[in-house]
Design a protein around this ligand. Structure first.
Ligand code: FAD
Length: 470
């Protein structure tokens, strides 16, 4: 059965991740009538999955296993109300001159500079609490990271986390919040701006995927399918695409917009990340307590195109990352409590490409250039030094890269041939279709993306309101 809704909304949002709730909050507050469609489920504190396997299979597209065509990278793409803000490590950083200069050079967009972005970062930061992990609750994994950096003379800095009250005294562990934070500390969009947008009348439709978009009579139509297979069409005056780098590219390609905008799907980046483990004689218990304490802050590393982070993954993710099988793999995993973990995140230079096949299925081409591999190898060498200098008995490198920061595919730029979105956050040549999420990133910044998505979404909301009212 196919239902066509009679109501026409002022704004329809596709996706309920980070960008759309930031924009919807402003538009609903200004009195607009908004609908938000999200493919993933809507959890509450009480219904988040309780273990890692359920979390990965229920809150990611394809159960968390989307691969590049060369099978060297795995992409983790959130599919849940709140998107990446539910499952991510909640690390928030402003971009530096280096990142914004590279964006301005690639896009020809003038406001990509620290001065112009400052005010929007402030507005974004006003919506969330940001804290560091207090020194007295850092765990042994964090202490190893710090000791290695200090022994080798590298610079490190505390990680900034979007969190409010982790109640460490009650024994809460960072690892839990990767499946959704049950104590409401993590500053996900459902805890912050989405809640406010809903209070201002936003209508949210979860577990419904937008399959095609089209325009008619100066408005837009979004054809959707819910989890029971029922089809429906929603109508709006304006459309805001916020399905992330892959989600937006795929929807636009499946809707035929590449005929007018040939750059859709191009310039895809993902900051390939690689986890590495040092195995120590004494238990490290890297998964217990507050482990997301430090990041590298070394100008040399930034120059070389990589950063190191003191993070961790759940046991089943680690089991997949280390090679081997059967008894040998089992014996190795038995030492899990003795593992310390350091992740190298690379600033990739080789653009990937998002495509769809004739049936509309996703294809992700993402190769790594020699420069990208050099960055990864340099970062890995530093990690080996840190593990050796702190007494690791054995060092194990994760066997493939992970793409968590999915960016590009609908990049912003002045030139409609080499970009998809104009500096007013509109699809080139379209007055009423907007994008401000990770898909508009012109290239890889080498810095955690989410705070910049929030800042750009604040800026976009301001411009959309001005454009629509004028
Ligand atoms: C495990 C993990 C750890 C991370 N850690 C960090 C970190 O510490 N710091 C940081 O800055 N970044 C981190 N990131 C990256 C960050 O979360 C993303 O960059 C960010 O969420 C992107 O925001 P977005 O609004 O562009 O899209 P998303 O947050 O991905 O939201 C897009 C939403 O749109 C929905 N959608 C897509 N297509 C459709 C469709 N056709 N119909 C309906 N709905 C659709 C998706 O289901 C999804 O919920 C991490 C990511 C992961 C996966």
């Amino acid at each position: 059965m196919h239902t066509v809704q009679s109501q026409t909304y002022d704004f329809i949002f596709v996706g309920a991740g980070i960008s759309s709730p930031f924009i919807a909050h402003e538009l609903c507050r200004a009195g607009s009538n908004c609908l938000m469609i999200e493919a993933g489920p809507h959890y509450t504190h009480h219904t988040y999955p309780r273990n890692e396997l359920d979390g990965t299979s229920q809150m990611y597209w394809s159960g968390g296993l989307e691969l590049s065509t060369d099978a060297k990278l795995v992409f983790l793409r959130p599919k849940v109300v709140g998107g990446g803000s539910i499952v991510n490590q909640a690390l928030v950083d402003r971009f530096d001159d280096d990142a914004l200069d590279a964006w301005r050079a690639a896009s020809g967009v003038d406001f990509f500079n620290v001065n112009d972005m400052d005010a929007w970062y402030e507005k974004a930061e006003d919506e969330i609490a940001i804290q560091e992990i207090p020194a007295d609750v850092r765990n042994q994994n964090a202490r190893i990271f710090q000791e290695g950096f200090e022994k080798l003379g590298y610079h490190l800095a505390p990680l900034h986390r979007a969190q409010k009250d982790c109640r460490y005294g009650d024994g809460n562990c960072c690892i839990e919040c990767l499946n959704g934070c049950r104590i409401g500390s993590k500053q996900s969009t459902p805890e912050t701006v989405l809640k406010k947008a809903l209070a201002h009348g936003l209508q949210l439709v979860p577990e419904t995927e937008a399959e095609q978009i089209s325009e008619n009579d100066g408005g837009v139509q979004v054809q959707c399918r819910d989890r029971l297979g029922r089809q429906m069409t929603y109508r709006g005056r304006h459309l805001i695409l916020a399905g992330g780098a892959i989600g937006n590219s795929r929807l636009l390609l499946n809707s035929g917009y590449n005929r007018e905008l040939p750059h859709i799907g191009h310039d895809f980046y993902c900051h390939p990340q690689y986890m590495n483990f040092g195995i120590y004689a004494e238990p490290v218990n890297a998964h217990i307590g507050a482990f997301q304490a430090f990041k590298s802050d070394d100008p040399g590393f930034r120059h070389e195109g990589f950063k190191l982070e003191n993070v961790y993954a759940g046991p089943s993710a680690i089991a997949m990352l280390v090679s081997g099988f059967g008894n040998a793999h089992h014996r190795f995993m038995e030492k899990l409590s003795h593992f310390a973990c350091i992740e190298v995140c690379t600033r990739d230079t080789q653009p990937g490409r998002i495509k769809v096949n004739r049936k509309g299925k996703l294809i992700i081409h993402k190769e790594r250039s020699q420069t990208d591999m050099d960055r990864f190898e340099k970062g890995t060498r530093v990690i080996d030094e840190i593990f050796r200098s702190t007494g690791a008995l054995e060092i194990v490198h994760g066997s493939f890269g992970i793409g968590l920061h999915l960016m590009g595919g609908c990049v912003m730029g002045a030139d409609p041939v080499r970009s998809v979105v104009d500096p007013e956050f509109r699809l080139h040549g379209k007055k009423n279709i907007f994008i401000a999420d990770s898909s508009i990133f012109p290239n890889a910044p080498g810095i955690n993306p989410s705070l910049t998505i929030m800042a750009l979404s604040k800026m976009a909301a301001d411009r959309i309101l001005r454009n629509v009212q004028s």
